[in-house]
Design a protein around this ligand. Sequence first.
Ligand code: AG3
Length: 279
Amino acid sequence: MELWFTEKYSQNCGLTINVKNEIYSERTKYQDIAFFDSYDFGRFFTLDGYMMVNEKDEFIYHEMITHVPLAVNPQIKKVLVIGGGDGGTIRELSRYEHIELIHHVEIDERVVELCKQYLPQTACKLDDERVEAFYTDGVEFVKGKENFYDLILVDSTDPIGPGEGLFTKEFYRNCYKALNENGILVNQHESPYFPTNAKEMKKAHAKLKGIFEICKVYQFHMPTYASGHWLFGFASKKLDPIKDHKKDEWEKFNIETKYYNSLLHEGAFALPNYVIDLL
Ligand code: AG3
């Protein structure tokens, strides 16, 4: 008997993956989590039925969420990661020796525990000595923090379920306060293509625009997320992702990447007209 995982992008189309085995699943306090082994994407896990991470294409998302801001401000030392319980974002951050601290705020401790057990490819640096973990809601965590972080990475799910609060004005305002004057916020920004995703991405962008001086989106190609065309938001107080791109400084770090490079950094901010029209 064949087993297929399907995530619907609309009523009439979606992603479907032939699965070898379901490895584990549970209903945590916050969401359904499941791990599978597949033929084409290796081990993958889902939250509430949505593809989060698979072994084959996770490098694209995790390199793009991390190296873009580090190439705009290579001095980043204090980082806050909200979400990202799988650890892929922290794995990429941990490659920068000069980063001093990483506060990791994940609402669902089970995601972290299970990824440590079933997805070591991404979870391998969650216990790096610079990482301090807080199992709490990111929305609450940022309240009252002032002028502290160089970078906030919001590695969230879609804006339905436990991730919803991470797409609100109040949250973005508190992130703004929590960042210092060179501060950058990068957030998971949905896809511009299918109407349900595009609606959310448009809303998120409009909210951010009212709060941060500089507010851009950049794109990357993600085979297993709806339409394969996904975005991150780049918001900052004064650093511009292109004008302040420190290509040479970043290249000196000598970080080996499979997707990100300096040319692509600049190209990622060049958007198709239909995306510009949504912003
Ligand atoms: N964060 C989830 C991105 C959104 C996926 N959405 C979807 N499949 N409908 C990924 C976590 C990686 N650290």
